[in-house]
Write a protein that binds this ligand. Sequence first.
Ligand SMILES: [Mg+2]
Length: 192
Amino acid sequence: MTQPTDRMRGFLEVAYRETIPVAGLSNECVRDWVNSCIAGITAQFQRYTLLRALELASEAAEADTLRRVQREQVPWVLHNFGERESWQPLLGAQEELGELAHAHLKGHQGIRSGEDHEANAKDAVADVIIFLCDYSSSRGWDIAELLGSTWDEVKKRDWKKDPDTAHEAMLVDAAKGGCADYVHDPDAEWGN
Ligand SMILES: [Mg+2]
């Protein structure tokens, strides 16, 4: 599992040491605060490492992966299931989304410890996409093209700037001040 770096741990240790002397704060209060900091920083660090990994992959490589799956899947589906209507992979995607919800919920509740909730969640995420590739093929759609073109519109939405109308940004020419593309900069996030 991804963990915060030594730099972040050092920051927390200093914060803990220097906060204890503050009048009126019990050790329990400080410990709760530190634990909430660790949870928040761990979540941010995991997002940071994921974005770093995604940035290392070129857009072409990402599209190639989706297109390879979709291209290889078409004859595979025909071989295994023959001709079938698009509602079948649609229900398959929905079923896998249910499996993802199951794995996430049980993992959150800390029950059914005999099941590998994280592995099951990862498998379900992939299966949802695989079924959506199948569904797209059944409709004659290029899923990589759909993903790229839709994301190009969604990323124009700035919900901080326009909390009520950001979804209308796709109708506005960005050059006219509609909405600038949000560009994530992990280095800036960590002050590097
Ligand atoms: Mg499954």
